[in-house]
Ligand binder design. Structure first.
Ligand SMILES: C[S@@+](CC[C@H](N)C(=O)[O-])C[C@H]1O[C@@H](n2cnc3c(N)ncnc32)[C@H](O)[C@@H]1O
Length: 303
């Protein structure tokens, strides 16, 4: 499982990907985004609209109603919880990083029906250290949304998360889990594709789950698998193409000037930073064949 220190490095200014993506519009969300050809003309306006599109797609799978009590598991900076709250549901956004929870409260706090809490997805049923009541009693939730976060949990953590959510959901409740999945199950191949550990050290790539692993755990626990969709092409596939385009442009002065003219905050990056960015994009491209991106809808049977 990713430790808080590991997460701070992955989502902080020490990660060159973030130093490029934040000026390009990452703000309310931390996911890769959902890209379809008709929407690509919106790219010069930045990446935020694509990230919101991914949230729109994942939350649509929940089939929310105003009566729902929702856990937004790993809510990041809070946008998805806020969106679900606007639809009339009661939503709790939980994230392991205090910095993300504080950011969520700063951006979206104080709105009706939505609260943000620090918490660990791998220990959702653990009693609080102060001896108070658990924030989520068993059977108290009707929907759980987990967008692009379960890959952080490691195999044991993912299993604990799926088991806990099953108990927290009322009968008939639904979990929507959207995540990176492992295609090859071949650690040696991934090690060869990422010799500098530029991907593995940031994202704990060796701990990704094959889709079959998710399915097996879910069925063992008692979920009904309602839907599995492959979103590799519109999410990781096109995101990486864009990152490659950006890395290609950044290799020359004219391209860097173009990027900085469109997103002035990129001017803070040095030539060395851009070289590092290109190396990281190259490493992500090399491991691309090993990973996919999937949406899963798991229901707790009504009886
Ligand atoms: C790629 S971000 C996605 C955030 C959000 N769902 C979004 O779409 O913007 C992954 C998030 O998972 C959170 N996270 C990682 N491990 C966690 C854990 N064990 N418990 C709770 N949150 C965790 C990170 O802090 C981060 O905010």
């Amino acid at each position: 499982m990713s430790s808080p220190e590991n997460l701070q490095d992955a989502y902080g200014p020490g990660n060159i990907l973030f130093r490029v993506l934040e000026p390009m519009g990452w703000g309310d969300l931390l996911n890769l985004g959902y890209y379809t050809p008709p929407t690509l003309p919106a790219l010069p306006a930045g990446l935020a609209s694509f990230q919101r599109r991914l949230v729109a797609r994942s939350t649509a799978l929940l089939r929310l109603t105003a009566r729902d009590r929702v856990l937004d598991a790993a809510c990041g900076r809070g946008y998805s919880s806020h969106l679900m709250g606007r639809r009339g549901c009661r939503v709790t956004g939980v994230d392991l990083l205090d910095a993300h929870v504080e950011e969520a409260v700063r951006r979206f706090g104080g709105r009706p029906r939505v609260r943000y809490l620090a918490g660990d997805l791998t220990a959702l049923r653990r009693p609080p250290a102060d001896g108070g009541p658990r924030p989520f009693p068993d059977g108290s939730l009707t929907k759980v949304h987990c967008l692009e976060a379960a890959f952080h949990l490691g195999p044991d953590g993912r299993r604990a998360f799926l088991e806990d959510v099953f108990r927290l959901l009322a009968p008939g409740g639904r979990l929507v889990l959207v995540d990176f999945v492992w295609r090859t199950g071949d650690p040696a191949g991934i090690a060869a594709a990422d010799p500098g550990r530029l991907v593995r050290d940031t994202w704990r790539f060796e701990e990704f789950e094959p889709l079959s692993g998710y399915h097996r755990h879910a069925l063992d626990i008692g979920y009904r698998i309602r839907l599995t969709q492959d979103w590799t092409r519109p999410v990781t596939g096109r995101f990486l193409r864009l990152a490659q385009l950006c890395a290609g442009l950044s290799a020359g002065r004219a391209g860097r000037r173009l990027l900085c003219r469109r997103w002035p905050a990129l001017s803070a990056l040095t030539a060395r930073d851009w070289l590092r960015f290109a190396a990281v994009v190259h490493a992500h491209t090399a491991v691309r064949h090993a990973s996919g991106y999937a949406a899963l809808v798991l229901d707790r049977p009504a009886r």
